[in-house]
Write a protein that binds this ligand. Sequence first.
Ligand code: SF4
Length: 336
Amino acid sequence: MNVYVHFPFCRSKCTYCALHSRAGSTGQARTEYVKHLTEELAALDIAPHSIETVYFGGGSPALCDLRPMTEALRRLTAPSCEFTVELHPLDVSDDTLFMLEDGGVNRISMGVQSLDDATLRHMRRGYTALEAERAFAKIRRRFENAGIDLIVGYPGDSSGTAELARLGSWGLAHCSVYSLILESGSILAKQAQNLSFPTDDETLDKIRDVAALLRSIGLERYEISNYARPGRECAHNMAVWRGEDYIGLGEGAHGRRGLQRTESGNIETVTPEQDETERRIFRLRTIEGVDASNRPDWIHALDGFAAQGLVTKHGGVYRLTERGTEVCDSILLALV
Ligand code: SF4
């Protein structure tokens, strides 16, 4: 059993974001939201100590008093449960970290996004690179299992080798590196005409630089966009990518149970074929790769990609090569 809980509250709207989020919410709205989530969780009738991973994502979950939820989860989580909370650097305080630790949280993911102050300002993130570094140091004093998110390819982002090298002293257990997607409906999409975006090759070079830096400090790529110290891969995300079921709670949260897919409480049923394809596609994104032995159509396509050096084949299991991770979307498209 894996549980994802979405908290859609944000301090303000980041320019690149088109996710469902509520900026400028009241304390009462947040309290009611958590109360509603807690009731939803209770109604699910989950067996005690059966939840193996919990992920509180957002938005900025720590804008809410999370105690009713962590209290409700206490008797439902397994002793070895990985319990992650995403934090915005401005939400990092001793009180918040104590609340999370006391509530059973044992993994923190902090959205840093850039190490260039001008870019952080343009993104409307509200902190400097130094403030993010200090916030992460505070997290690390309580949580050994902590990591950050970075965005590569933001227009004008001048964070280079020197800035990246500073990450070496942060004590990262995990790092997610996403290339910028210009989402329609985002503030950035409206500004795009007046901005100079890096080319795909420049973005790729930057991703390679970040990957090399992360590798030099002991973080290996285990999924297209994710790097971790051995043993610190995100168990929740790995469960989802391996094709396990997960419950999604909250506005905009997705869930998967058997053939059912849920989003914000709406249920859609997929065919067994769609279900199998979806679960396998996710696996190919990971270092574990996908077993294609009973899918002749996939074997044909993947053998073609193997000949181009984009995947390797071990028995019936295909895994992306470094180059394959860079052009993964084309490979996935050919399989669906
Ligand atoms: S990126 Fe995160 S914090 Fe920023 S607006 Fe989107 S959901 Fe909110």
